[in-house]
Design a protein around this ligand. Structure first.
Ligand code: SF4
Length: 327
């Protein structure tokens, strides 16, 4: 199986020479965030992640203790994202590494770990302003939960967004309350809707995440997710596939009672179908989840995210579909 996957990926490494231009101005059959950044800022912007030492109401006991069943923040953190390093040191280390690796000059600081507005406003206000004073930082991406925001915090972010590129990321994972219960999310879909509506129209960019592959949903429901979230004023979307990460409640559940996970071919055929139903102006930041291989239980496709992304693009062209075709 793995060899088939690799063979297919090799064949798709050649970029299509097709010249079709889609409404977002590129020949990519979906509205990619990376292209939008280049068009908007005239250069590539790279995210540099920081761990600011926040926690999460689903972990500290105010909503729950165990967290979402798939959650293991170690699975995506960089080695320099440790609270033993100051935020400026994390940024300098990240910038130095990323500018060598990608030859980039401008950065978005990504407050990724846990819930970065789950604190009194004053605490993150100091941090955000310290970070934004860095000459190579163009803006912030702030990962949080929809139940960790209020009018006062939004008013502050609105003020920042007058001068900087500010994105708030509200994880959703699924618009179905049955799935939110299954993953122990400890908020419902309506809570996400309320946060998105409170944030919209204030100059703040809104990103959300969804996960495809929960055993609590049918494929039809997963496709419908694209239509449901398209009704709300989000600017960006990250699509992840459900993967099982070590040291999570989900890992235990899966080991006790295994269920079907997307295999590679299923996933690269399914994502184009999903994107057909997605509002075409939503810029897609991710098409696949990623985790450190040492923490991954499955599915293990043995491929990097950029390779998977190219395979999905190729598949979209093969299927003759593009983002929003059936929206
Ligand atoms: S909201 Fe985020 S940080 Fe909190 S438990 Fe869920 S996935 Fe983990």
């Amino acid at each position: 199986m793995k060899n088939d996957v690799l063979q297919q990926s090799v064949t798709t490494r050649k970029r299509s020479t097709e010249n079709t231009k889609y409404p977002w101005g590129t020949s990519r059959p979906y509205n990619a965030y990376v292209d939008y950044l280049r068009q908007t800022f005239g250069t590539r912007l790279q995210k540099v992640t920081v761990d600011a030492g926040f926690t999460c109401p689903n972990r500290d006991g105010s909503k729950g203790y165990g967290g979402c069943i798939y959650c293991n923040n170690e699975s995506f953190k960089q080695t320099y994202n440790t609270t033993e390093m100051s935020i400026p040191d994390q940024i300098e280390t990240g910038i130095s590494f990323l500018s060598r690796r990608y030859k980039v000059d401008r950065f978005i600081v990504y407050f990724q770990a846990y819930s970065n507005t789950y604190a009194p406003l004053k605490r993150f206000q100091v941090l955000f302003e310290q970070v934004l004073s860095h000459p190579r930082v163009a803006g912030l991406a702030i990962g949080t939960r929809s139940d960790c925001i209020d009018q006062e915090k939004i008013a502050y972010l609105e003020q920042l967004a007058r001068d900087y590129y500010i994105t708030v990321e509200y994880g959703l994972e699924s618009p179905y309350d049955k799935s939110l219960t299954w993953i122990n999310r400890q908020h419902d879909f309506q809570n996400w809707v309320d946060a998105v509506e409170m944030t919209a129209g204030r100059g703040i960019h809104i990103c959300s995440h969804i996960i495809l592959g929960f055993p609590s949903e049918t494929r039809k429901e997963m496709l419908e997710t694209a239509r449901i979230i398209s009704r709300y004023p989000i600017d960006y979307l990250k699509i992840h596939h459900l993967h099982i990460v070590r040291k999570t409640i989900l890992a235990k559940k899966y080991q006790d009672n295994p269920f079907h996970l997307f295999d590679y071919r299923e996933y690269i055929e399914f994502v184009p179908q999903f994107l057909q139903h997605l509002r075409p102006d939503i810029r897609v930041q991710r098409l696949v989840g990623e985790t450190h291989p040492r923490l991954l239980i499955g599915p293990n496709w043995g491929l990097r995210a950029d390779v998977i992304q190219r395979d999905i693009e190729y598949e979209m062209k093969q299927q003759g579909v593009w983002q929003g075709k059936l929206y």
